[in-house]
Design a protein around this ligand. Structure first.
Ligand code: C2E
Ligand code: CA
Ligand code: CA
Length: 284
């Protein structure tokens, strides 16, 4: 055991300390990784639950680490948020996603594929946000309507006053706003009145519960049913996340979810995979 400096004694835990060391090694390497362009995007299809038409894709960042291979965002996004690097990282993601979406629009104009980009709380609170987004749209030529920004409920709750105005200005530009992981954050819905939201993404936890004819499943279906009604009453569209089975896809479609995302419809994949999907849909 050793003292932690505040007069308390902590038990030395070798597993924990190895994990902490690995974590801080990643934190140290992240800024250089950003410079070396080691961050890559994968895109996951978001499809209409009715006819399976490809409506949008969500950009999901990965770190192509030279030694460790492709790391998921759960390994480094929180670190980037702690260090503030998330602002630069998020800008790169936004720029790449808009450039890819602009290419898809040029090649498949009829598809009008939207791209949905995750926005961290720090980015949402940044005074420069609107200017940055507008500049990326201008530079890439992507129409604002084809960009959607996803914010979690906690990111929205952390955003008050001036930043809230900047989200309104983004919406005024035509950018769509979506609430990510809806139903898992604060159950305070006041922000739905204060913000021009376009869509709600139902947290995977509710979808996961839809498994069959057991009581838990029936409760989760009722929750989804109620949330879809709430969303539609407010003129919002609803996306179900983490759709993994045909049963879930069928139930979600019956419950009126507009779009779905998950392994059942297609995994996150590199831009080329989405281009191939669009080519297939266009009958080329
Ligand atoms: P999220 O926004 O909720 O993203 C959806 C996550 O669900 C993704 O995990 C996706 O790969 C995963 N997923 C896809 N299909 C299924 C399925 O059928 N079942 C289940 N259970 N999960 C599925 P991923 O890619 O590991 O991303 C994790 C989180 O990292 C994201 O959660 C998002 O919060 C964050 N993230 C990813 N990219 C960015 C980014 O560019 N900026 C910021 N700020 N956060 C990001
Ligand atoms: Ca998301
Ligand atoms: Ca989500």
């Amino acid at each position: 055991a050793k003292a932690d400096g505040r007069g308390r004694w902590a038990v030395f835990d070798p597993v924990r300390s190895a994990r902490d060391r690995a974590k801080s090694a990643l934190a140290t390497a992240l800024p250089a990784a950003l410079e070396r362009d080691e961050l890559v995007l994968e895109y996951q299809p978001i499809v209409a639950t009715g006819d399976r038409r490809l409506i949008a894709v969500e950009a999901l960042v990965r770190w192509q680490h030279p030694q460790l291979g492709r790391l998921g965002p759960d390994r480094f996004i929180a670190l980037a948020e702690e260090t503030g690097l998330i602002v630069d990282l998020g800008e790169r993601v936004l720029a790449t996603a808009c450039a890819d979406a602009s290419r898809w629009l040029a090649e498949f104009p009829d598809a009008r594929l939207r791209v949905s980009v995750n926005l961290a709380a720090r980015q949402a609170s940044e005074a420069a946000l609107v200017g940055k987004v507008a500049a990326v749209l201008k530079r890439t030529g992507l129409p604002a309507e084809l960009l959607q920004l996803e914010l979690t409920e906690s990111a929205v709750m952390a955003t008050t006053g001036e930043p809230l105005r900047s989200l309104r200005r983004l919406a005024a530009l035509g950018v769509r706003l979506a609430i990510d992981d809806f139903g898992t954050g604060y159950s305070n819905l006041a922000y739905l009145r204060r913000l021009p939201i376009h869509s709600l993404k139902l947290a995977g936890a509710f979808v996961e519960g839809i498994r069959g004819d057991d009581p838990v499943s029936r409760v989760d279906e009722r929750i989804v049913d109620a949330l879809v009604r709430l969303a539609h009453a407010l003129n919002l569209s609803v996306t179900a996340e983490a759709v993994e089975t045909r049963h879930q896809a069928d139930r979600l479609s019956a419950l009126g979810c507009d779009t779905g995302q998950g392994r059942f419809y297609g995994p996150p994949q590199e831009a080329g995979g989405i281009t191939a999907l669009l080519r297939g849909a266009a009958g080329v």
